[in-house]
Design a protein around this ligand. Structure first.
Ligand code: NAD
Length: 740
């Protein structure tokens, strides 16, 4: 079996997302809709999407468009036909009738439905046709969400289902989990239940929406949108439709029914157009008073809005045991929500799936939770859980667990895939040392470092961990969404506010020392980034000996945005890279000028294809579609480099004032055109000083330490200015840049 050509029918949110991912995999796809104008518009939207659905815009012609009347003949050639039209059964039935008349024998036909069972979708098909029909349930946005549920029933040809799973893993990069034909499959059944529990308990326990979101968020290993924020993002009306479908499909005695009941406030919000972010607002809304935009939050009792309050429950790290045992309303709410989610998820075993592990992985991949319900139970501890829980009648999984009291019930992770993943290896590896900001694992003859702070922001402790781990070949990799958003600015600002600049300097020096050590230690160091790889995070990557990059990255040196310059070796290493190009070898000012633009404008790449022309990644760096393969590919590189010798130290010849004057000229123009303001000019000048080599000329040779010193000096000068501190504080508070 092969999949060379594909057709997607329905070019809405999901159809375009799926077509874009097929395009990313270099698989020709035809996108059909009622009219060609609709699918053409969808193609244009794919091209201009933000965050981008395409990894390489130049491949857009992999996508052809058409309409279901004039162009239906394309079905004849397709090996896989994916239906992603509106969730209306009659429309879907009509389309299947047409498809099965035209398709070549054996072509796979699948639906992207989120709620209609296969047995209903396929009720008009012959037995032979049913063999080739399944559900491929992608999540939105398709490029970025890891989960793909492949739903089968007893009529399916299992060999074909397994082939499709492997294809979607290898080529589309998805975490493909095979599920049975039950309502909501795995991800939505548990994920939507969890949202409903979090919401109904907030009403019952009289928590404000900000309080509920502050608990049902980072402290539980759940994205910070929380529950009410997520409701607004998905659409309150859409959620209401999803609930109606669950109420209809699930038995009356299913616990889902208890939490899915209509809430009067939600009905009112939908009726008045407050359907969430796409509507007039939702649980949260933006209010404009004069020029000021103020975020407001709804009061669950009165339905009135008032300015949203920032809630800090002082639980930055996920520590469930501590959280559920807190003697305040947050602890009580957390326990009530977590225990109900664990009870519900375990009540689905073995009827819905006999692999409880798949539920956890679906929650990780489809909802970006850092732990699924069973891992939460594992973390809380079996004894602790049963000491606290009130009842678990008719729950075979929990009854059995109570009998065995097996604290090690969990076993292996990620059983849905054959790939040797980080999640699997971590369970078998030995944890070395105790660090607050990262873990070191020893596996056979190499080490793994996994950062574990918020957005994997880096501090002294992260560097310490990296340095210690170089006693063996090292892979720097992680499971959380971001590789690293850069240096922890809160950490730096804490020192700055106390005017303790010695500590800042000590940290930056240690950062530099560690990065130099990564580059020149006698064992190879491999970085395997996915997600945000910015600032200091990128400096770790660029000074590793090898890189294996996921296709979903946001990479670059963005320090100037917060009024700083890269000071962990980012300027130095990028200067070296650019000076090794043909143009760089001919013209000594080429590399500094190029970088002045790239770093000065904080240019980022949103895929390896965009990273290469900026030289953030090299051609020879390995790029992988499936995140699960990052570790496997890194291990292959280690194997290939058994006889590794560290690189030779770089030497630089820079023209100093000569190139700096050119940089100043472009700065002055930007300033005159008001593209940058006073502080922008100052930051630009500091960057120019570093990239030009400082007080040097082409007759002098600079080494890496000279460049490290230039970076450090510029950083220390800038961090002590009021305006850089203003920029940092603003970005920490709002997530947005401040232009000053
Ligand atoms: P959408 O409303 O964005 O797009 C549906 C598209 O189908 C529209 O472009 C419409 O013109 C087209 N269409 C309607 N009738 C058609 C026909 N007879 N022939 C060809 N095209 C037709 O919907 P969506 O959100 O992309 O959802 C599509 C499917 O995916 C649904 O089954 C939905 O339940 C499922 N789903 C949606 C999401 C999500 O987050 N939106 C997630 C997973 C699954």
């Amino acid at each position: 079996m092969k999949i060379n050509k594909t057709v997607v029918i329905g070019s809405g949110t999901m159809g375009s997302g799926i077509a874009a991912q097929l395009c990313n995999a270099n698989i020709p796809v035809t996108l059909l809709d009622l009219k060609t104008e609709i699918s053409q518009k969808a193609k244009d939207k794919i091209f201009n999407s933000r965050p981008p659905l395409l990894i390489d815009k130049s491949k857009i012609e992999n996508i052809k468009v058409g309409n279901i009347n004039d162009d239906f003949k394309v079905i004849k050639d397709a090996d896989w036909i994916i239906e992603a039209v509106v969730e209306k059964i009659d429309i879907k039935h009509n389309i299947y009738e047409k498809i099965f008349k035209e398709r070549k024998s054996n072509a796979i036909v699948s639906s992207n439905t989120s709620s209609i069972p296969i047995k209903v979708l396929s009720q008009n098909l012959s037995n032979n046709e049913k063999k080739d029909f399944c559900i491929t349930h992608f999540f939105n946005p398709v490029r970025y969400m890891g989960l793909l549920e492949i739903v089968k029933n007893e009529n399916n040809d299992l060999e074909k289902i397994n082939f499709l799973k492997k294809f979607c893993e290898d080529r589309l990069g998805k975490g493909a989990i095979i599920c049975n034909d039950t309502p909501g499959f795995l991800g939505n059944r548990v994920g939507v239940y969890a949202m409903q529990v979090a919401m109904t308990e907030a009403f019952k326990m009289k928590l404000s929406i900000e309080e509920a979101d502050a608990v049902f968020g980072r402290p539980m290993g759940i994205p910070k949108t929380g529950v009410f924020g997520l409701y607004d993002l998905i659409g309150i009306d859409l959620m209401s439709d999803v609930l109606k479908s669950f109420i209809k499909e699930l038995p009356k005695n299913d616990d889902f029914q208890i939490v899915a009941k209509e809430i009067p406030l939600i009905k009112k919000l939908i009726e008045t157009g407050f359907t969430g972010r796409k509507g007039k607002g939702g649980f949260y809304k933006m209010n404009k008073i004069g020029e000021k935009r103020i975020l407001e939050a709804i009061n669950l009792d009165t339905g009135e809005y008032s300015p949203s309050k920032k809630i800090d429950i002082k639980a930055d790290k996920v520590n469930l045991k501590k959280l559920i045992n807190r003697d305040d309303k947050y602890g009580k709410y957390a326990w009530s929500v977590i225990s109900k989610i664990i009870k519900y998820a375990s009540s689905l075993v073995p009827q819905i799936t006999d692999k409880f592990n798949d539920i956890d992985e679906a929650m990780r991949l489809g909802f970006n939770w850092s732990k699924g319900p069973f891992e939460m139970l594992d973390e809380i501890g079996v004894k602790n859980f049963f000491d606290k829980i009130d009842n678990y009648k008719n729950n075979k999984f929990l009854e059995d667990l109570y009998k065995t009291k097996d604290e090690n019930f969990y076993g292996e992770r990620q059983r849905y895939t054959d790939i040797e993943t980080l999640g699997k290896i971590k369970k078998k590896a030995i944890k070395l040392d105790k660090h607050d900001s990262a873990e070191i694992y020893r596996f056979k003859d190499f080490n793994i470092v996994e950062f574990n702070t918020k957005a994997n922001a880096l501090n002294y402790d992260s560097m310490d961990c990296l340095k210690k781990a170089t006693d063996k070949p090292l892979i720097i990799i992680n499971e959380s969404m971001q590789f690293s958003a850069g240096v922890n600015l809160n950490y730096v600002m804490d020192f700055a506010e106390k005017k303790d600049f010695n500590s800042v300097e000590k940290f930056i020096k240690y950062f530099q020392e560690t990065c130099k050590h990564l580059k020149y230690s006698k064992h190879p160091v491999i970085s395997a980034p996915s997600g945000l790889t910015l600032g200091g995070g990128f400096e770790v990557v660029v000074q590793s000996n090898f890189v294996v990059s996921h296709i979903n990255i946001v990479m670059g040196l963005v320090e100037t945005i917060v009024g700083l310059v890269p000071a962990g070796g980012g300027c130095k290493e990028m200067l070296w890279r650019w000076s090794q190009t043909n143009e760089g070898k001919k013209d000594p000012d080429f590399a500094p000028l190029k970088l002045f633009e790239i770093i000065g404008f904080a240019k980022t790449a949103t895929s390896p294809v965009e990273a290469e022309p900026l030289m953030l990644l090299n051609k020879h760096d390995k790029k992988v579609m499936n995140r699960n393969n990052l570790l496997k590919e890194s291990k292959i590189l280690l194997e290939k480099n058994k006889n590794f010798t560290p690189p030779e130290e770089c030497k630089f010849k820079l023209s100093g004032k000569q190139v700096r004057d050119k940089m100043y000229k472009s700065l002055e123009k930007l300033y005159k055109d008001k593209k940058i303001l006073d502080h922008g000019l100052e930051v630009g000048k500091e960057l120019a000083y570093v990239l030009s080599g400082g007080d040097t000329d082409l007759n002098k040779e600079l080494n890496e330490d000279n460049l490290f010193s230039l970076e450090l000096n510029a950083f220390m000068k800038l961090i002590q200015t009021e305006k850089t501190q203003e920029r940092i504080k603003h970005t920490l508070a709002t997530g947005k840049p401040l232009v000053n």
